[in-house]
Design a protein around this ligand. Structure first.
Ligand code: HAM
Length: 411
């Protein structure tokens, strides 16, 4: 039998319902913050992703040559694509632009729990704003989105300026290599790299920096960095808005485009792959031939949120089964239509089973059955049976609909 590709998943209806329920809650929050959905292609010119990070990231991507000889990549993330789209379609639109997306990404990684080759991100990009209030907005929105899902998490905020201050006499490329070691928490690799370059002096200050948890402690090591006032204002605003976070100057972020504030969220109950959100302030559009537009944003690892939520995600939907005798058939079809028009998930027997077998089958998924025989057909009623309590009553159609609608989900 043919199996699905490594690192991908199939989602059965129950799982899709849980995913959609959480996705909907996130969409509602994004809408209230004024973030409107955008959609970009699943594959892009390879150059879109190598422009910033270099050819090195090709190893982590699905790359292919199309029939026209062009090098393409399945998107490993959405931010670069959104910036490209902004330049192509919306550069003259008044700023700021508040955009969000719910989309699948592809990374050629070693699969494990919480790490897949196809996974979904719920992300936002705030394009063209560069103020402490903008930084505060994205962090608060990140918190609100995660809270709406029901997941338990901690939020950590950092700033690349701290590390940059320590590494200021190094080339940008070298700084990025060190940031990668830090992002992967590969301290042996970091030490080896610094030693090889004759910079073992930095190991101590970098590791001391990582232990700091307040701006004062950090400043003792880095000195006052140019962004100090901006960071202070953002943190003050977050404190005023009662956002819970910890300051972590060790956040390095794996992607190369970040320029300022960076932040990540971690779920309590996941193992190694516990990072459920990552983002920050970045600049990318100048690399794609546009102006240098300050932006910020983040993406939630939706699949990890779902793993973290486990069975607690989404309430099961109410289901009504329509069961009938041969005499009740046409009325049964009409009744099904009335329930559906009321927005209820309604399933009718299509297997020609006898009424007892129909009820047995319906009770596997339904909370109610509407029983329709000759009497109901003649009087235009239904006999509604609540499968949880066992109670049953003959009702007119609108009362039956009301009864189901007001019953609440199965609990
Ligand atoms: P990222 O940290 O690479 O950032 O990915 C965001 C989130 O996607 C991660 O925190 C993680 O939860 C999830 N994720 C990443 N890789 C996998 C995987 N293989 N399987 C399952 N989940 C995964 C970005 O992608 C940036 N574009 C975020 C951003 C938006 N920055 C600014 N705007």
């Amino acid at each position: 039998m043919i199996q699905k590709p490594r690192g991908t998943r199939d989602f059965l209806p129950e799982e899709m319902e849980r995913r959609r329920a959480v996705e909907k809650r996130m969409r509602d929050v994004a809408r209230c913050w004024g973030y409107r959905e955008v959609c970009t292609p699943e594959f892009e010119e390879l150059e879109l992703f190598t422009a910033r990070s270099g050819e090195g990231i090709i190893e982590e991507m699905y790359v292919f040559e199309d029939k026209g000889g062009r090098m393409m990549a399945l998107r490993p993330e959405i931010t670069a694509a959104v910036q490209r789209m902004y330049l192509n379609e919306a550069r003259v639109t008044p700023k700021p632009l508040r955009w969000c997306y719910f989309a699948d990404c592809f990374r050629y990684e070693r699969p494990q729990k919480g790490r897949y080759r196809q996974f979904w991100q719920f992300g936002v990009e705030l394009i063209g704003a560069d103020t402490p209030v903008a930084d505060t907005e994205v962090v608060m929105l990140a918190r609100d989105l995660l809270q709406s899902s029901g997941v338990s998490f901690t939020l950590q905020i950092g700033h690349l300026g701290f590390m940059k201050a320590l590494l200021s006499d190094m080339e940008l490329k070298e700084q990025r290599i060190l940031r990668r070691y830090l992002d992967k928490k590969d301290f042996d690799g970091l030490k080896g790299h610094l030693n090889a370059g004759g910079r073992e002096d930095l190991y101590d200050s970098l590791t001391r920096l990582l232990e700091c948890r307040s701006l004062d402690e950090i400043t003792e090591i880095t000195g006052k960095i140019p962004e100090h006032g901006r960071i202070e204002e953002t943190l003050d605003l977050l404190d005023e808005m009662a956002v819970e976070y910890s300051l972590n100057p060790g956040i390095a972020r794996g992607l190369d485009y970040y320029t300022g504030m960076v932040f990540e969220a971690f779920a309590y109950n996941l193992g190694a792959e516990n990072q459920i959100l990552g983002g920050g302030a970045y600049r990318l559009s100048h690399l794609f031939g546009g102006d240098d537009v300050p932006s910020s944003g983040f993406a939630i690892g939706f699949d990890r949120v779902m793993v973290s939520l486990g069975d607690s995600a989404g309430e099961p939907e109410r289901v009504v089964g329509i069961v009938y005798t041969p005499e009740g058939k046409s009325h049964a079809l009409r009744v099904a239509r009335v329930f559906r028009e009321a927005g209820l998930r309604t399933e009718i027997d299509i297997m020609g089973r006898n009424i007892g077998a129909q009820i047995t089958h319906a009770s596997k998924s339904a909370q109610f059955v509407a029983i329709i025989g000759k009497r109901e057909q003649e009087s235009g009623t239904v006999t509604l049976k609540d499968l949880n309590s066992g109670e049953q009553r003959e009702l007119d159609l609108s009362s039956a609909v009301r009864e189901v609608v007001t019953s609440g989900p199965r609990g």
